[in-house]
Design a protein around this ligand. Structure first.
Ligand code: CA2
Length: 150
C-alpha cells in the first residue's frame, strides 16, 4: 500500500461555493472523497489537507515526507510561494501540479508557477475532474515504480 497526498492551498476551501464559472460546482470535500476512493480502489491510502496558511502547508508536508506521491494545487501560492516550493523540493516526493482553471488563459501573472519545473507533470484547465485524472496518473506511476523496484 502506497501513501498518496492531496494538498490544496489558499482559498480552495471555497470550491463549489464561489465563482462556479471559473472553478465549477464541486466542493473540496467531494474532490477529496473521489480521490480517496480512487486511491483506495487501487489499494492505496490518501491523506488530504487544505490550508490558507503557507506555514501550515509546509509543516504538513514535512510531517508526510515519507509519502510516495503528491497531488498539489498550491492555489495562489503557485505564483508566489518560494517557501512552499522549497518544501516540495526538499521532501523529494514525485508530484503532479493541478490547476482547475487554465492558468495560461487568465491574467499574465498566473502563467508563472514556482512548481512546474519540479513536477512530474501538470493538469491544467480540466476543472475539478483534473484531480481524478491526477489520481489515476499517480496510481499508474506507483504501479510502474513498483514493477521497476520489484
Ligand atoms: O485554477 C486553479 O486551480 C488555481 O490554482 C486556483 C487558485 C488561483 O490563484 C490559481 O491561479 C489557479 C485560486 C483558488 C481560489 O479558489 C477559489 C475557489 C472558489 C471560489 C473562490 C476562489
Amino acid at each position: 500500500m502506497a501513501q498518496i497526498l492531496l494538498l490544496n492551498g489558499p482559498n480552495l476551501n471555497l470550491l463549489g461555493e464561489r465563482e462556479p464559472e471559473i472553478y465549477g460546482r464541486t466542493t473540496l470535500k467531494e474532490i477529496e472523497a473521489r480521490v480517496t476512493a480512487k486511491a483506495a480502489g487501487a489499494g492505496h491510502r490518501c491523506d488530504c489537507f487544505q490550508s490558507n496558511h503557507e506555514g501550515q502547508l509546509i509543516d504538513w508536508l514535512h510531517e508526510k515526507r515519507s509519502a510516495n506521491f503528491l497531488l498539489l494545487n498550491a492555489g495562489g501560492l503557485t505564483h508566489t510561494g518560494i517557501a512552499l516550493r522549497d518544501a516540495v523540493a526538499a521532501i523529494d516526493t514525485p508530484f503532479v501540479e493541478i490547476h482547475i482553471s487554465n492558468i495560461y488563459r487568465r491574467e499574465p501573472f498566473r502563467a508563472r508557477s514556482y512548481f512546474s519545473d519540479l513536477a512530474v507533470g501538470l493538469i491544467v484547465g480540466l476543472g475539478p475532474q483534473g484531480y481524478e485524472f491526477a489520481a489515476e496518473f499517480a496510481i499508474n506511476h506507483l504501479a510502474r515504480a513498483g514493477e521497476v523496484a520489484g
